[in-house]
Design a protein around this ligand. Sequence first.
Ligand code: C2O
Ligand code: CU
Length: 473
Amino acid sequence: MSSRSHHHDGHTEHSTHEHDEHGHGGHGHGPVTHGAADGAAAAYTAAYEAAVPDPGRSVVEIELEAGEIDWEFTPGRITRAWGFNGRIPGPTLEARVGDVLEVRFLNRLPEPTTIHWHGLQIPPAMDGTDMVQRPIAPGSTFTYRFRLPDAGTFWYHPHSNEVVQLERGLYGAIVVRGPNEPQLDAERVLVLDDVALDRKGQIKPPGWLIEQHDGRQGNTRLVNGRKEPELTIAAGQVERWRIVNAASARYVRLSIGERPFTIIGTDGGLIDAPVTANEVLLTPADRVELAVGPFAEGESLRIETLAYNRMTVARSRREQFATLRVGPAATSRAMIPPTLRHIEPLVTGQATPTREVHLGVKPSLRHGVDFVINKEPHHRDRPVKVGELQVWDVINDTLMDHPFHLHGFFFQVVDVNGEPPAFLSWEDTVNVPPKGRVRIAFLPDDRPGEWMYHCHILEHHASGMMGHFEVVP
Ligand code: C2O
Ligand code: CU
């Protein structure tokens, strides 16, 4: 948690004047006066005021500042980067279900930005996209305020010029705890990333054709902002690892010394029952929660990605992210219950899809190809109604993988190429294999407004592989 955050009881009263100070009317912005902006301002004020903590819960206040920093991905080597609160990743925001998170954001970047709360099911006005707010100009502030409805591991990142802003280091984890968390011996957050550094150790500017096509896969692999760090775990203990893949395009086929671990959670929190595995795939933006250990003192394990062929021009190899050293033993009290959570399937038996979302490519004079949805970049999709079950077939018409991300609503994977998934879970990002079809289901609850979905390979999103749709009452 940021040292600058603090808790207090009850909810804070804010005058309309303060909304203007911290909200749409920050320095550098004129007052919001007309047209669609009026609606956006009203929706913002309504969402702000509706954000009240549950009884007994509190408002967690965070000051968040994005700016240029000198950062050592490698000890002793300074890279000009961008970070939140002077660091990469930004502070881990920690709270409990039913708390309200109030983030007072200051943009000290040389360009506009917005902050998206990836995976949080919050009102659309707080989602941080350019659909729902004006970009926050350099030197300006904006306050995000929302109630945290779900337990899990989430993350935050800019939703403006992502190819540059995330690559330079603007991202951070969010941990929301629920009332019935499994009790393991320790917990840690690992934010994975890769960055493309030149010979002087500086971040390369966005590249041309191959990078436009594949997405950037950096040459320097990071865990919590450090290149291939060494981690230690006590022998005999079982830890809960909350892992976020913040990379632009890299698929991480995670292995911890090829030893078994237990998957206990994914994007939308705990899964129904623990699953033992030797590896797990994290596409860009994916999260997974693992129970890791126990190991024996003196062991040393490679935390790495196994080779994953996502059918791009550049091939990915097995590469190391970190080393895990096993230190002296400590007693363990870890207990992983056989049932973690009850998840009701949204779809049983045959489901009729309500919509098809085609991920495609289109020749482009500028880029070679543009990445599109249903044949158009930045596709305007049909509205969906609150309370109406959505069953979407996300169809990949291309020859490479795409991680499909839906804003604002958890979905269940019904099947991948007709095969049901290995376990029941809530997701916000799912891999759609080449020429494959993923059927997802979600239930839009009462949060009408503008939402979007997109490929989370940042270059594909930028080129137009995204769609937006309205949730209507
Ligand atoms: Cu993490 Cu619209 O994205
Ligand atoms: Cu893609």
